[in-house]
Design a protein around this ligand. Structure first.
Ligand SMILES: *Cc1c(COP(=O)(O)O)cnc(C)c1O
Length: 341
């Protein structure tokens, strides 16, 4: 397989049009047969449901080359299930799990030349999504939908080691109580943009969002779940109905318990107790774990003892173990690595 001529270490996180994508339409009450296309452009009716009332859900996962040269994805069954849950909450027809996984395989195979080589740190990012494609003017769910899955190569998340980042406690909320915070809907991101731009303008890397009901408990950032390490070396992750169930966080919890023998507790975490933790990290597909060095709460600095120079030691162990499992240098739990070729 001749790879594309890319400077894999320096492509950053940006969209590149790749060769083939998968498309399936929902019409007449059922999902139609899917197909591959070289056409990256959509043509939509001006009144399509997605354009008027934002009926859309998405996923994000990566294909990459392991140490033995295989092309694999990580736990795509969980992305398929989460997208079905997201669709149900948005009154959209769930796209069947087996078909989701088949679409992942087809797109990765058709774009194998775009899967970055082992050791480059780069990956092929896969973006499955579905949106309301038929016209909707009165507020109601659309009759027709489209599922698409395209891919784009993305560069290494950390170019020169993982530098701890600084968060600010946001004055905005990410999700409403009993709202859509727990599903992967584009609308959650649309309304987080102002909070993001504001945080960046104030010199912060990300927002820490509080629970929207009482604004006393820690929820998550705009796109990653929290993982804390106590001074005793135990793991704590926040619990809330409006947190998006990160597959990376769930995998790290398993790794902590079953590979590292650490105690893990999922519970409500108060903003006021953050200064008692030793380490803090953000979990998501893009970075696996981004270390957090400092959280600023309206002028009050919460500095983690792990500091601003490197990942804390427990965070590092979790990171090394999960990335080792993903890259095939550490034995994976049954079913985690989905081999494509
Ligand atoms: C996608 C996402 C995450 C991370 O989930 P992963 O499955 O680990 O990639 C965390 N928070 C939000 C709000 C997200 O949309």
């Amino acid at each position: 397989m001749e790879k594309k001529d890319m400077d894999w270490g320096n492509i950053g996180f940006a969209y590149h049009t790749t060769d083939q994508r998968y498309v399936a339409d929902f019409k007449n009450g059922q999902w139609q047969e899917g197909y591959m296309t070289g056409d990256a452009t959509l043509v939509l009716n001006e009144c399509a449901g997605i354009l008027q009332y934002c009926q859309e859900v998405f996923e994000g996962l990566k294909a990459y080359t392991t140490a033995d040269g295989s092309i694999v994805t990580f736990r795509p069954d969980l992305n398929a299930e989460r997208m079905m849950d997201s669709a149900k909450r948005m009154e959209m027809p769930p796209f069947p799990k087996e078909r989701f996984i088949e679409a992942v395989e087809k797109v990765v195979r058709a774009n194998a030349a775009w899967v970055p080589p082992y050791g480059s740190g780069a990956t092929l990012y896969l973006r499955p999504y579905m949106y309301a494609s038929s016209p909707v003017i009165g507020v109601k769910p659309a009759d027709e939908y489209q599922f698409r899955l395209f891919c784009t190569p993305v560069g290494p998340y950390f170019k020169e080691g993982a530098k701890p980042i600084t968060l600010c406690v946001s004055d905005f909320d990410r999700a409403a109580p009993h709202g859509t915070g727990h599903i992967k809907a584009g609308l959650n991101y649309a309304m987080s943009l102002h909070a993001n731009v504001t945080a960046h303008a104030n010199g912060f890397d990300e927002n820490l969002f509080l629970d929207p009901g009482t604004r006393t408990y820690v929820e998550e950032t705009g796109g990653a779940n929290f993982l804390f390490v106590t001074k005793e070396g135990d793991i704590v992750t926040p619990q809330s109905d409006s947190i998006l169930p990160s597959i990376t966080r769930r995998s790290l919890v398993y790794v902590a318990e079953h590979y590292l023998g650490l105690k893990v507790t999922q519970r409500k975490v108060k903003l006021s107790e953050l200064s008692e933790f030793a380490e803090c990290g953000l979990c998501g597909t893009a970075a696996v774990i981004s270390p957090v060095g400092k959280i600023v709460d309206h002028g009050r600095d919460i500095c983690f003892p792990s500091g601003m120079d490197e990942m804390g030691p427990v965070t590092k162990k979790l990171y090394d173990t999960l990335t080792g499992i993903q890259m095939g240098t550490i034995e994976a739990p049954e079913g985690w690595i989905h081999k494509i070729s």
